[in-house]
Design a protein around this ligand. Structure first.
Ligand code: HEM
Length: 244
């Protein structure tokens, strides 16, 4: 039994090491190539369950004291915070959701995250599911960089609603897990964008790397993620945004 567990951990590491060199320029600043361990999965599940079960955290009770706070559950507070942050750090993503109910959308994304957390010990099934989801998104024109921004919004929203229950270890586990998801998602998007651009023989459709996207936003938009592009420290990324 112990042997089987070790074998699964190894397969995580091997695959991630292999892809990182080719797709590294498309990964966000917080991206970690670290192995995902059982404790990471446990920590992420505990924190995720608090939100999905709609438990009233001390953070939620404090926020509720405010007369302008209108959320009736931690769940809606989480979804709203998540999408607000996503649209703030990458405003162009907003246009993809015109006419879409964000409450329904939030539940769909949460459903995939829940099942991804459940499938982390079965990377083959997880890869299949995430690849199918990403291919659907490719058809909608969702760019590779958006997934990186989505991670930033996710970490921000988790910290915002969980407060002290989202401690440093839990934060690091989430970053490792989301990085692992990105290691599956990003190659699917980048390959699609690259093939598309070859077919159309047009540079305009080539996937922008994270670095070039950051440069664009740093010049044109107010974007907290890009205050310190030289750091890959996930803490910095999360804390800078939360303390704003
Ligand atoms: C891990 C990341 C993501 C997950 C788990 C996820 C999950 C989902 C799911 C389950 C759906 C509905 C069913 C489907 O079409 O497959 C969906 C639709 C959609 N997603 Fe994502 N998504 C992710 C990333 C993104 C990103 C980065 C964007 C960029 C802006 C995005 C934009 C959309 C849009 C526009 C739709 C269609 C909404 C509609 O027309 O109803 N998604 N997503």
């Amino acid at each position: 039994m112990g042997g089987a567990a070790i074998k699964k951990c190894r397969s995580f590491t091997t695959r991630r090491d292999r892809i990182s060199a080719v797709f590294a320029p498309h990964m966000p600043l917080y991206y970690l190539d670290d192995e995902v361990h059982t404790e990471d999965i446990k920590r992420a599940n505990v924190s995720w369950k608090i939100i999905m079960d709609g438990k009233n955290t001390s953070q939620f009770m404090i926020a509720r004291e405010s007369p302008i706070f209108f959320h009736t559950s931690i769940l809606t507070w989480f979804f709203d915070t998540f999408y607000e942050k996503m649209f703030e750090i990458c405003p162009e993503t907003r246009s993809y959701f015109s006419g879409v109910s964000m409450a329904t959308q939030g539940k769909l994304v949460a459903g995939v995250i829940s099942s991804a957390l459940g499938m982390l010990r079965d990377p083959i099934r997880l890869r299949k599911k995430l690849t199918a989801m990403t291919e659907k998104h490719n058809g909608k024109g969702i760019k590779s960089v958006y997934y990186g921004y989505m991670g930033t919004a996710l970490f921000y929203a988790l910290k915002h609603v969980l407060g002290s229950e989202f401690d440093d270890h839990t934060a690091r586990s989430w970053v490792k897990i989301f990085s692992f998801l990105l290691s599956i998602i990003i190659p699917v998007v980048v390959n699609y964008e690259t093939n598309n651009s070859r077919k159309n023989q047009s540079a305009a459709t080539v996937a922008p790397s994270f670095a070039s996207h950051i440069k664009y936003f740093a010049l044109n938009m107010k974007c907290p993620l890009h205050k310190s592009p030289q750091t890959s420290d996930y803490h910095h990324v999360i804390d800078t945004e939360v303390n704003e």
